[in-house]
Design a protein around this ligand. Structure first.
Ligand code: BGP
Length: 458
């Protein structure tokens, strides 16, 4: 039997936009997602937008009862900035305070530890209109919002996160066009990455002033970058991929400074963002207490074999290109490779290169389409998801056995939720959500997860 250390966290994560619904209710204002859906509904799978999602804003009292039934001793969600402070700045929305306080209190009453994240891809549209993460003003408003959240909910939250996967909103907004405003603008991407890190560090600075009994961290998607071969060009490509995809937030968040190679690379191309020495001091002095790690798929890269024109647009692809390894195992629904061993590699990397900081898996899971076909006697038998969890946990356990300071494993997610542009195409939940009736039913994986948590292993 594989046993995890005492007091190991078992649970799941979800986010405000993907679960709450009620996107225009009780004074909440538009986010970039609400606006994008209004402007371009065809971008969204089946044209399902963020207005209803899993409707936890209405159903939370019932939904929190599923936490215990699925073995949770911990649970993460996020606060919607646009709900708490409509428009992103100014007055606090009392209706939102009432909602979050009651929701959070009920989670605590279930005996579940509460982890709360401040930013999960959901920028209030007014903040985006003044520049989003490229704007200093937005950084300041975010810090006011963070400070307000610490004040209002600090007594209920066990662990805070400043951001979820910050590199994702940077790339998706300004390089890959998966998030609004869907531009291709490397200068904005770089500025937005720096401002996001600064916002995280400033929020940590604000957090410390409250002298709360909780800890603060950041959630990063630490996809290891594996090179195609041992050829020096491929290895160099993987090194740069790692700098951009992982170290860009991991190093400043945990070690308090940017990797020199990343700074040199940007300098060489005259692409450094605007910053001051004071900003770097803030980053240095406000590192995280612990780390959340989301892991779904590895990043496999090879060298870019083409010569880059001198005046070419500055994109990560200039330095490395994705490598589609023959025979790789795929989750065909999401189009992501399944490679559990990466969790072991992540564990060892954190142990050896990041002061063995306390960390936990904050997302890992398998999105599958049309799970209806797996229904047996009324229940979805998602045996593939149980196998996916087991394989990842086996690798994680190896890392823990070898001394990595991992304290938990949370899956994505406990109830089927809305997935950005993919809406409800792929289902991830331990609990099934029937979109037509809004009925909730436990899946086989939900029962399995409860036993896993009770046994602290499998
Ligand atoms: C992570 C996000 C989550 C969630 C998950 C699954 O990157 O933090 O919000 O969406 O990925 O991905 P998707 O919903 O695109 O299938």
């Amino acid at each position: 039997m594989i046993k995890f250390p005492k007091n190991f966290y078992w649970g799941s994560a979800i986010s405000a936009t993907q679960s709450e619904g009620a996107s225009a209710k009780d004074n909440k204002t538009e986010t970039t997602w609400d606006r994008w859906y209004k402007e371009d509904p065809y971008k969204f799978y089946d044209q399902i937008g963020p207005e209803l999602t899993t409707n936890m804003y209405e159903n939370y009292k019932e939904d929190v009862k599923w936490l215990k039934k699925t073995g949770h001793n911990s649970y993460r969600t996020s606060i919607s900035w646009a709900r708490l402070i409509p428009g992103g700045k100014g007055e606090v929305n009392q209706k939102a305070v009432d909602f979050y306080r009651d929701y959070f209190q009920r989670i605590k009453d279930e005996g579940v530890e509460l982890f709360v994240n401040l930013f999960h891809f959901d920028m209030p549209i007014e903040m985006q209109e003044i520049g989003g993460w490229t704007s200093r003003e937005v950084v300041n408003h975010f810090v006011e919002y963070a400070d307000t959240a610490f004040k209002l909910f600090g007594d209920l939250v066990d662990r805070w996160f400043t951001f979820n996967e910050p590199i994702v909103h940077v790339e998706c907004q300004y390089l890959n066009q998966y998030h609004y405003p869907a531009e291709v603008n490397p200068e904005k991407a770089i500025q937005s990455a720096f401002n996001t890190q600064l916002a995280s560090s400033l929020a940590i600075q604000a957090f410390r002033k409250h002298e709360l009994d909780s800890k603060v961290g950041i959630i990063l998607n630490l996809t290891p970058a594996y090179s195609r071969s041992s050829n020096p060009n491929d290895i160099e490509a993987a090194k740069i991929a790692d700098l951009i995809a992982c170290k860009s937030f991991l190093d400043p968040s945990v070690l308090g400074e940017y990797p020199k190679e990343l700074v040199d690379l940007l300098k060489d191309y005259d692409k450094l963002p605007d910053y001051t020495d004071e900003d770097l001091e803030v980053i240095k002095n406000n590192t995280v207490d612990f780390l959340g790690v989301n892991y779904y798929q590895p990043l496999r890269v090879k060298e870019n074999p083409y010569e880059i024109k001198e005046d070419a647009i500055f994109l990560p692809e200039n330095f490395y290109t994705p490598f589609e390894m023959p025979g790789r195992r795929m989750n065909i629904y999401r189009g992501w490779e399944i490679y559990p061993k990466a969790l072991y590699d992540i564990a060892i990397n954190i142990r050896d290169n990041y002061n063995n900081i306390e960390w936990l898996v904050t997302e890992n899971g398998m999105g599958v389409e049309n799970e209806e076909r797996f229904r047996e006697n009324g229940q979805i038998n998602d045996h593939y998801r149980i196998d996916f969890f087991k394989e990842h946990l086996t690798e994680l356990h190896k890392g823990v056995e070898e001394g990595s300071n991992c304290i938990g494993y949370q899956v994505w997610t406990f109830i089927d939720c809305w997935s950005w542009l993919n809406a409800y195409k792929n289902r991830y939940g331990l609990v099934e959500l029937d979109l037509d009736t809004q009925e909730r039913r436990i899946k086989k994986s939900g029962e399995w997860f409860k036993t896993l948590s009770e046994n602290n292993g499998f």
